[in-house]
Ligand binder design. Structure first.
Ligand code: PYC
Length: 334
């Protein structure tokens, strides 16, 4: 399997450019289903240690159904599959430019969550027009063990988020372990209390907000991803969910810039346009840099050929339907 690694505002992306799973044709939603049920070992092997690590997001390039699109993309991480991923979409566009497959300019990409437009401004900077985003619930209060009462909004930005200003400590890098533990406790409480996104969708990302460190940013965030890793970037889908909340509260006008700072101090410049039915189309600009290229090998005799599952959290997701038992994997050539 040939992969190209990049980071977008600090958050890593690994694009599979050759040797990915043969998912056949059909909608991207059908192909994600097939990926999870028949080829989940490709996800685990490319993302988990020893070839990857918990912060990595994978992007599989595939033939789009819509011929006007430059490519289809399926995103995945150590816990399963993502509907959309903002930082990885920017990383994928920059990777395709690095390969000479696309030029600066406007491009359409098909993702399981819908069509995403990417304006590649330079070889290292892109603006993304994300899928329709919206807030579904305002001021949800939950009692979380070891933290107390937490109030936040539920919003969709390509993935489902719980967004709250009730962080247990300041949003600084030394506090990442404490913030991660608190966000995980919130995620579990939401699931236990059956607080969900639309149509019962699991809220698998938790986002804390606080004041920015930079005087030129509007806010700082900390985002915990489903597999327990925190987002080094301001999280494209999380920033989209934040814009939806700001728009719903009348706190940000259409076209007005919102500078979202991440926990490591990197940033996305974001704004939105209304799209009707109280939904918005977010617009995000960020930078990505290619930082490596590799051929991954898989030796069927290697007891960890399909990657090491470092914690219970990143076991194969139930929605993938795959077995967590390494003994049951069918040996496959990448
Ligand atoms: O940028 O949307 C994003 C994202 C989701 C999970 C990690 N990054």
């Amino acid at each position: 399997m040939r992969v190209i690694d990049s980071h977008t505002e600090g958050e890593p992306t690994r694009v599979i450019v050759e040797g990915g799973p043969p998912l056949g044709r059909g909608s991207l939603a059908e192909r994600v289903q097939r990926f999870g049920s028949g080829f989940d070992d490709y996800r685990r092997a490319s993302i988990n240690e020893p070839r990857g690590h918990e912060a990595l997001v994978g992007a599989l390039l595939c033939e789009p159904c819509d011929e006007a699109c430059s490519s289809g993309v399926i995103f995945f991480n150590n816990a399963g599959y993502l509907g959309m991923c903002g930082h990885a979409m920017i990383g994928t566009a920059v990777t395709l430019a690095h390969l000479g497959r696309i030029e600066p300019g406007a491009h359409r990409f098909e993702t399981p969550a819908g069509i995403v437009m990417v304006d590649l401004k330079t070889c290292n900077e892109a603006t993304l027009l994300n899928v329709e985003s919206f807030r579904s619930r305002k001021d949800v209060s939950i009692e979380v063990d070891s933290i107390g009462n937490v109030t936040g909004d539920v919003a969709y930005g390509g993935n489902w988020f719980f967004l709250t200003g009730d962080a247990p400590c300041p949003l600084t890098m030394e506090n990442i372990p404490r913030l991660s533990t608190a966000a995980e406790a919130i995620r579990k409480t939401l699931a236990a209390k059956q607080v969900t996104g639309a149509e019962g969708a699991e809220i698998d990302h938790v986002e804390f907000f606080g004041p920015p460190v930079s005087t030129t940013a509007d806010s700082r965030n900390f985002v915990l991803c489903p597999g327990g890793a925190y987002d080094r970037s301001p999280c494209g889908t999380g920033t989209s969910a934040k814009l939806a909340c700001l728009a719903a509260n009348g706190l940000l006008k259409p076209g007005q810039d919102w500078i979202q700072e991440s926990i490591i101090g990197s940033r996305f410049v974001a704004s939105y346009q209304p799209s009707g039915h109280s939904k918005i189309i977010p617009r995000l600009t960020g930078r990505a840099y290619v930082c490596g290229e590799a051929t991954l090998f898989r030796n069927p005799e290697d007891p960890f050929a399909d990657g090491i599952v470092a914690s219970g959290r990143n076991m194969p997701a139930s929605r993938s339907g795959a077995s967590p038992d390494p003994q049951q994997f069918v040996a496959q050539q990448f």
